[in-house]
Design a protein around this ligand. Sequence first.
Ligand SMILES: *Cc1c(COP(=O)(O)O)cnc(C)c1O
Length: 399
Amino acid sequence: MSIPLTPMQQADQFGAHNYHPLPVVIRSASGAWVTDDGGKRYLDMLSSYSALNQGHRHPRILQAARDQLERVTLTSRAFHNDQLGPFLQRLSEVSGFRRALPMNSGAEAVETGLKACRKWGYTVKGVPEGRARILVASNNFHGRTISIVSFSTEAQYRDGFGPFTPGFDVVPYGDSAAMEAAITPDTVAILAEPIQGEAGVVLPPEGYLRALRAMCDRHRVLLFLDEIQTGLGRTGKMWAFEHEGIRPDCITVAKALGGGVYPISAFCADDELMDVFAPGDHGSTFGGNPLAAAIGRAALDVIVEENLPARAAELGGYFMERLHELGSPHVREVRGRGLLIGVELHERSGPARPYCEALKELGVLCKDTHGQVIRFAPPLVVAREDLDFALEQVAKVLT
Ligand SMILES: *Cc1c(COP(=O)(O)O)cnc(C)c1O
């Protein structure tokens, strides 16, 4: 008799090799903690790239899901359902944008926004047909569709996947003068992340978003901010753009909008922009389904009612301060905002992955990003004592 394959071997043999996961097999989870198939517990310091801001299996979100499972889960948008309206109104209250268009993944929400901005360019701004251009930032991460990787500056995201979608111009992130210089009469939007998470938790210079807002107003260009990773409390405010006291014209939201339970995303904008969509222009079979809507509304309620943005601000400040105090010889820089924190290692200390592997052995799960950076982004419901536990392990590995 042959020996049965382990789940890790099955994933390796029957799956695509488009990820390089740490060798841990998670079987259960609760709050900020996960348990592997051998019963060992780990503190989740990645939270699925900020999709678990409310923690694993938040009781209120699970209850909303259970209740909805008992009624109706999928209607398609060919019919109304009684959950979508309440979800959209709640999202509008939380986002400050009048309208939202629900999709499933983050990349789809970004695609939705790109389509909206282009159509606004033609129908409202008056850009000649086929000429609309969108400015993006270097080292951006907005997802993995062909159009989105068309304007990635990460060679690996593009290699072998062309031909690419035209109409995008890349400008160095954080350089507002270069951005303004790149605007032409055909520019319809500037798309940027308020903080670049995947690039290694890169914060733009103070005033960058304000400068983008001002130039968009001067040139009648839409400011489109991707809040998929930074939004919903992660950086210490509900939205990262609030740190600069500005308001973009539109945002994308995903990840924690699904409360760690279900993929839910949305493109949010006010009437003038959202009204470019007419019936049949755009859609998604699962987008806005009643199960998603019920879960999304509960996910938003938890963030608001548990004051998770304020928690992220307080605990993030604490964690970053303690990381600074470690005085590790391997650490080049500790940076971040709220509970989105990057620890950049010196070149001479080697890549970040072995440190993440060592932390895994010590019961802390985190992931390297861009070679030299360890990203710490625990669920926002994490306890201060949990962070102290993480710091003890980080100290062992980094000093
Ligand atoms: C994760 C992410 C996306 C893509 O979301 P998916 O759900 O993986 O498609 C887009 N933009 C940003 C900033 C992200 O962090």
